[in-house]
Each structure stands twice: as structure tokens, then as C-alpha cells.
Design a protein around this ligand. Structure first.
Ligand code: ADP
Ligand code: S3P
Ligand code: MG
Length: 205
């Protein structure tokens, strides 16, 4: 029954078009801890919204001509953070897009201010068990190349979660297919837009 199938699709299309329109030149910026799904889910979110996708870590690697691991090993974390700050400031000029940041980016006050100015931030919030399960698959995160990565992750959660909580939108990153995460993000964005257009004073701060 083409008519019955067409209705939900066009509703979805309208929802996606409304999000794109409301963004203007702003970027959707994914923040959260290592393993939250910023890169993997961000890429699919961009496809759904028909927006370009950018991964800040890949851009840092391209600018440096080195992998994140090499940058940390050869120059140290402070050098990486300086590059990250510069690269994200540059990338934020290219909206609209979906921008996946590395886990430490939003914790930097300058980068956080730039994201607030040029983006809508989305915190993918996951619990320790989910994060550890996901980061265990690859060894490309220098901060976790230690004897007890779970201790480091716990410390980072304690330090960073209160900062991530400043995000415009929080979406729980659960054990669900990537596409389910994309739908949750799109619904959360739509709900926020609806609140904004209704002039919710809680959103005017
Ligand atoms: N919702 C999800 N369900 C299952 N696996 C996921 C989900 N989100 C991300 N992953 C997987 O977890 C790993 C880490 O995800 P990634 O996007 O690299 O995280 P981040 O960029 O936030 O560090 C990848 O293998 C990714 O495919
Ligand atoms: O949390 C962090 O400080 C980091 C997260 C990594 O990105 P992901 O969050 O995409 O893994 C990467 O930027 C670097 O290893 C440092
Ligand atoms: Mg990533």
C-alpha cells in the first residue's frame, strides 16, 4: 500500500528538513567519553540528515601527518590539545555539518566556548561497562594504553561528566544498534526545537 508507506516517510523527511533548517550554519557537535559512539554514530547521523560528516581526530591526524598515538608518543598530550583546539576552531567555521569531537575536546574551556557559539552540542552518555566494552576493541586511544584502563576511565568520568552535562542535548548511548541511536538523537533534537519554538523559558538561559 504505497499511500500508507508514504505517510511515515514524509513525516520523517519533514522532521529531518526542519532540523537542517533550524541549524542554519551551526554544526551538530557530538561530545562524550571515549567509546560513547561519537565517530560511529556521528557518521550515520550525518547520512540521515544529508549533512557532511567531520571527525576532529581524523582532521588532527591529517594536519599533523601522524596518528593520534604518534602525536601523543612524540609530542605529548599538551601538544595534542593545542592542535585539537586549533583544528576544532577551524572546523566549526564549516557548518552545517555533523562534527564528532575527541573525548577531551569539550573539556577545554576555549573549545567549549567555540562549540557553544557555533554548534548544538549532543552528549552521548554511556555507563562504564558499555564504554569499556567498546574501547576494548581497538588500541588506538593512548590515554587507555595503561595497565588498568578502567581506573583511567572512571577518573575521566568523574572529571568530565559534570562538564559534558553542559551540553544542549543529552542522549543515552546504550547497547542498541547504531541506527537506534541515530533515531534517538533526531527525536531529541526535534523535541528541543519544539521546546524552543514554544518559548520554553528553561531553554532561554
Ligand atoms: N550504539 C552502539 N552500539 C554498539 N556499538 C557501538 C555503538 N556506538 C558505537 N559503537 C562501537 O563502539 C566502538 C567505539 O565507537 P566510536 O564511535 O569510535 O566512539 P568514540 O568516537 O565516541 O570514541 C566502535 O567499534 C563503534 O562501532
Ligand atoms: O578522551 C580523550 O581525551 C581522547 C579521546 C580520543 O577520541 P575518542 O573520544 O573519539 O576516542 C582522542 O581524541 C584522543 O585519544 C584523546
Ligand atoms: Mg571518535
Amino acid at each position: 500500500m504505497p499511500h500508507r508507506n508514504a505517510e511515515p516517510n514524509s513525516d520523517r523527511d519533514r522532521q529531518l528538513a526542519e532540523i537542517r533548517r533550524s541549524l542554519g550554519e551551526k554544526s551538530l557537535v557530538l561530545i562524550g567519553l571515549m567509546g560513547a559512539g561519537k565517530s560511529a554514530v556521528g557518521r550515520r547521523l550525518a547520512t540521515s540528515l544529508n549533512l557532511p560528516f567531520t571527525d576532529a581526530d581524523s582532521e588532527i591526524e591529517a594536519a599533523a601527518g601522524q596518528s593520534i598515538g604518534e602525536i601523543f608518543a612524540e609530542h605529548g598530550e599538551a601538544y595534542f590539545r593545542t592542535g585539537e583546539r586549533k583544528v576544532i576552531a577551524r572546523l566549526l567555521e564549516n557548518g552545517p555539518q555533523v562534527l564528532a569531537t575527541g573525548g577531551g575536546a569539550y573539556v577545554d574551556p576555549e573549545t567549549r566556548t567555540a562549540i557553544k557559539e557555533h554548534g548544538i552540542s549532543i552528549w552521548l552518555k554511556a555507563n562504564l561497562r558499555v564504554l569499556m566494552k567498546r574501547v576494548g576493541r581497538r588500541d588506538n586511544r593512548p590515554l587507555l594504553q595503561v595497565d588498568n584502563p578502567e581506573t583511567v576511565m572512571k577518573r575521566l568520568m568523574a572529571e568530565r561528566n559534570p562538564v559534558y552535562a553542559q551540553a544542549d542535548i543529552t542522549v543515552e548511548s546504550k547497547e542498541a544498534p547504531h541506527e537506534v541511536m541515530v533515531s534517538s538523537i533526531i527525536d531529541a533534537l526535534s523535541a528541543r526545537l519544539a521546546q524552543e519554538s514554544a518559548g520554553d523559558p528553561a531553554k532561554a538561559q
